[in-house]
Design a protein around this ligand. Structure first.
Ligand code: ZN
Length: 149
């Protein structure tokens, strides 16, 4: 577990300093804003979902603590190229992970697994999950729009 903790520090620092997929996305067709009042983290997620329901591109903007920024950065890397259904499944997997409900092998989670460290700090769970809730909202909103058209 100490190896995972070192990796946790390393990934958080790295992705906070150099967030991946940060910025606007002019051609986005799904967007949502998120706010975590407990910490002051703000995020906006932009997505391009193609006709096959695949996340062709994803970017985020905002300002927040190191955990919220690093989590959003790793999330965008993870979700790019995934289908909307896969993204929803990963959202639940990630939520279980950071709330300490995941048991056994974390190997298949890839880089997301380092966020298991968040489970030791309950006040940080919302920082880590904000970007996922926001992405989920963006994807849900689109589902509503499609059904009313
Ligand atoms: Zn935070």
């Amino acid at each position: 577990m100490s190896e995972l903790r070192d990796l946790y520090q390393e990934v958080i620092l790295d992705h906070n300093r150099h967030p991946r997929n940060f910025g606007e996305l002019a051609e986005a067709n799904r967007e949502a804003d998120g706010f975590n009042p407990l910490c002051g983290d703000k995020i906006k997620v932009h997505l391009v979902v193609d006709e096959d329901d695949r996340i062709a591109d994803i970017r985020f903007e905002g300002s927040g603590c190191a955990i919220s920024t690093a989590s959003a950065s790793v999330m965008t890397e993870t979700l790019k190229g995934k289908t909307v259904d896969e993204a929803r499944a990963l959202f639940h997997t990630f939520h279980d992970l950071v709330t300490g409900k995941t048991e056994g092998d974390l190997g298949e989670l890839g880089k997301l697994a380092v966020f298991a460290g968040v489970a030791e700090f309950p006040v940080r769970v919302k920082c880590a999950t904000l970007c996922w809730h926001t992405t989920n909202a963006a994807l849900e909103e689109s589902a509503d729009a499609v059904s009313t058209e």
